[in-house]
Design a protein around this ligand. Structure first.
Ligand SMILES: [Zn+2]
Ligand SMILES: [Zn+2]
Length: 385
């Protein structure tokens, strides 16, 4: 009987490798101690030698860093075993597990799927082995928040699915596919409340975006373009096909459409002179230094001749966007800007507004990614919709 149980879980284990994504969770934290407790359903606890026992919602296990690259595991505060790896497998797909880092202390999060823990160079690495649709529900809720409508959530789902498949090897050398940070895609928890997200994921099942070369689309997006999207070479110095700049009127009356920032005149001047050798002795240049107008997006401040990329100013002065004009106000340079983010690809607030005006997810995706085509991803080939 015990042999059969072990065999069953090893089969489950390898099955999950082929059908699930491996997502690193709590990636940004150096966790040395964590408790895990089923929020719903039963989990099967395994170590290096096989099945240990069932864990039910009244149980909690604590995993601490041990010696010789091992993890020490306690059940309800009683020592259970030490092992190189610790696994928790769900009994039913709707099960979820609550994870609460103790050292350092962080807020509890809950996730669906299976879990693998390992002592990785002085921290506990936690991998969530998760079915792609369950993963997408968590990502869409983390990336778009609550309160959006079905068509917008479908937009975000297709983008996130395409991204996950395109970059599934991004962290392969770290032992997982993607991390839970914005570096890959935010995945802060399972879907907690919005059932409409569940519908968005099911109604766009297996849908992906391909470019003209039938490759997975580069699904760049940002919070607000300020009324005009940005050419990729303004941001990253490289041309990307299918991402020409265009006007977007859907976002200009939204939350992040406009911003202001004041920078002391001396700080502004010193940076330009010290870093770019700016010719303040030239009266016209000196005037333009404080009076720059950008009615359409530029790549450079004032003129390319001065060699000051706007993206450098955005980074140095931590500006919401590169789409700004400036003037003098008292002792400060007043920057009046538009939009939030790099401006390439889909504008989230514009897309949200389009969905509220009645556009469906395909129209929204085509507006922001004009060269994309939707395909249904099957095991062997992609079928055009
Ligand atoms: Zn990452
Ligand atoms: Zn926009």
């Amino acid at each position: 009987m015990r042999f059969l149980i072990v065999l069953m879980f090893f089969l489950l284990y390898f099955k999950s490798f082929t059908q699930s994504f491996r997502i690193s969770i709590f990636t940004e934290s150096t966790i040395k101690s964590i408790t895990l407790q089923p929020g719903l359903g039963t989990y099967f606890l395994m170590n290096d030698t096989g099945f240990v026992r069932k864990i039910v919602p009244s149980d909690f296990i604590t995993v601490n860093l041990g010696i010789s690259n091992k993890l020490d595991v306690k059940l309800n505060n009683n020592y259970l075993f030490s092992s190189i790896k610790v696994y928790l497998f769900h009994e039913k797909s709707e099960n979820n597990l609550k994870l609460k880092p103790v050292t350092p202390s962080f807020k509890e999060r809950s996730y669906e799927g299976d879990f693998e823990l390992l002592n990785k160079g002085g921290k506990i690495q936690i991998i969530n082995l998760i079915d792609i649709d369950q993963y997408l529900e968590g990502v869409v809720e983390s990336e778009s928040g609550l309160g959006q409508n079905l068509e917008y959530y479908k937009v975000q789902t297709v983008i996130s699915r395409t991204y996950a498949l395109k970059y599934k090897n991004k962290h392969l050398s770290d032992g997982f596919n993607l991390c839970d940070r914005v570096h890959c895609q935010a995945y802060q928890h399972r879907r907690l409340s919005a059932t409409v997200i569940d519908s968005a994921v099911r109604q766009t099942k297996d849908l992906i975006m391909l470019d003209e070369k039938k490759k997975l689309y580069a699904t760049y997006f940002h919070a607000n373009c300020g009324g005009q999207t940005c050419q990729p070479d303004y941001v990253w110095n490289e041309k990307l096909e299918g991402f020409d700049s265009f006007k977007d009127t859907f976002c200009i009356r939204t939350k992040q459409a406009r911003w202001e920032k004041r920078i002391p005149i001396n700080e502004w001047k010193a940076f330009m002179v010290n870093k770019y050798d700016f010719p303040i002795w030239d009266s016209l240049s000196n005037y333009q230094l404080y009076n720059f107008q950008q009615s359409e997006r530029h790549a450079f401040f004032i003129h390319p001749f001065y060699g000051i990329p706007l993206r450098d100013l955005r980074e140095t002065f931590q500006l919401k966007s590169t789409f700004f004009s400036c003037s003098i106000e008292g002792e400060s340079v007043l920057l009046k800007g538009r939009g939030f983010g790099h401006g390439v690809g889909l504008c989230q607030e514009g897309a949200m507004n389009m969905s509220r005006k009645g556009y469906d997810y395909q129209q929204i995706l085509l507006f922001y990614y004009p060269k994309m085509q939707l395909y249904i991803q099957t095991d062997r080939l992609n079928r055009k919709m």
